[in-house]
Design a protein around this ligand. Structure first.
Ligand code: UT7
Length: 337
């Protein structure tokens, strides 16, 4: 039994925050942002709405496309670093919003690798035969934890959600999740974090005064490590599956910085036609980047059944990983229900 992606969806807030807008907020320029990151604009979710709002909409797009009732879902995994509130998990709000009465689920905080962690975890529930339909969502309202007075971080991040459905396919030599490798190095916590709002530094007047509820990032250190680890782990996964760069239809990388994506692609020997990039329009949407890019690529009919896709990410923790799959959509739509 292999786990196959049988549906995709995404949600993007309407409000755009452009580089020109940011020029009026901090000491930056469109030229610097485009040149150093590849980002031109990002989306911002309005006040009064949380991450679950976007996650529900991404999932509804998927369910509507498949004409699948939400009560057929067995499990929902929500990768996010920005749950609506500390308790309950945002996945409870997603389950309620979808009326997915028969599903349980959990939030998963794997930083920018969260979607890969969640997808790999979900695949195990399918492969064991325990569950038939698992929804995996990556969603983040990064604007809720960004200091729009800090030019080091505010130009990078945006808000979005993406969702995929995993189903089992028995006769599936040619499609589905084939392999993954996931890693973590807790020493990286110093370089990318939000210090306040947890049990160590609960919210207080002092934590707000000290800006402890915002993202801190040592960009250069994260950048270097991201290039090394995403490249190395992608090579490991390709080598042990005896695949060469020519076999890969698309690398679908976490969208953190166009220079990271370009460096990893170059080191893997991939051409630009083999790499899916949408960072220009949305910035870094943390757990949402990969499912959002996948859903857009599907809409553009870029993905054909049997295509080899290599997903790779690096983020807070540090966390990182790569996942190898053969695209299988279309073939199993509606099966198993
Ligand atoms: O997704 C989770 C993982 N995150 C990542 O993978 C992000 C990794 N890091 C990055 O993408 C990049 O490091 C950044 C985009 C965050 C920063 O780019 P950089 O090329 O590493 O710049 P830097 O931090 O080394 O700063 C270079 C210069 C500095 O000025 P000085 O000290 O050379 O005078 C910064 O103060 O650029 C300055 N700078 C800016 N200037 C204009 C930093 N941010 C800005 C800005 N506008 N927004």
């Amino acid at each position: 039994m292999r786990a196959v992606i049988s549906g995709v969806g995404h949600y993007l807030p309407e409000q755009k925050l452009t580089n020109r807008d940011l020029e009026k907020m901090v000491d930056t320029s469109d030229e610097w942002i485009v040149g150093r990151t590849g980002i031109r604009e990002r989306r911002i979710l309005e006040k009064g709405k949380g991450t679950s709002f976007m996650a529900v909409r991404a999932a509804k797009m998927l369910l509507d496309q498949k004409n699948l009732p939400a009560d057929e879902l067995d499990l929902i995994l929500l990768a996010t670093v920005t749950p609506d509130m500390p308790v309950p998990g945002a996945v409870s709000l997603v389950q309620k919003g979808l009326k997915a009465r028969n599903a349980w689920g959990f939030d998963l905080n794997g930083g920018c690798s969260g979607f890969l962690y969640a997808l790999a975890s979900a695949s195990q529930f399918i492969e064991t035969g325990k569950y038939r339909k698992v929804l995996v969502i990556g969603a983040d309202k990064m604007s809720s934890i960004i200091d729009y007075g800090d030019r080091n971080t505010c130009v990078i991040f945006g808000d979005a959600a993406g969702a995929v459905l995993l189903e089992g396919a028995e006769d599936c030599e040619e499609v589905g999740i084939m392999d993954f490798d996931l890693k973590m190095d807790g020493e990286g916590a110093d370089f990318l974090h939000v210090r306040g709002g947890g049990s160590l530094h609960p919210a207080s007047a002092e934590s707000v005064r000290n800006k402890m509820h915002y993202v801190f990032q040592d960009g250069k250190a994260v950048f270097k490590r991201a290039v090394t680890e995403m490249t190395d782990i992608s090579k490991t996964v390709l080598d042990r599956n005896r695949l060469s760069k020519e076999d890969i239809r698309f690398l679908l990388p976490h969208q953190a910085n166009i220079r990271i994506i370009d460096a990893v692609s170059r080191k893997l020997g991939l051409t630009s036609e083999q790499v899916i990039v949408n960072i220009e329009n949305y910035g870094n949407t943390t757990a949402a980047t990969i499912p959002l890019a996948m859903s857009e690529a599907y809409e553009k009919k870029l993905l054909q059944k049997g295509d080899w896709l290599l997903l790779s990410a690096f983020g807070a923790g540090f966390t990182w990983g790569s996942l190898l799959m053969r695209w299988g959509m279309g073939e199993i739509t509606g099966s198993g229900s």
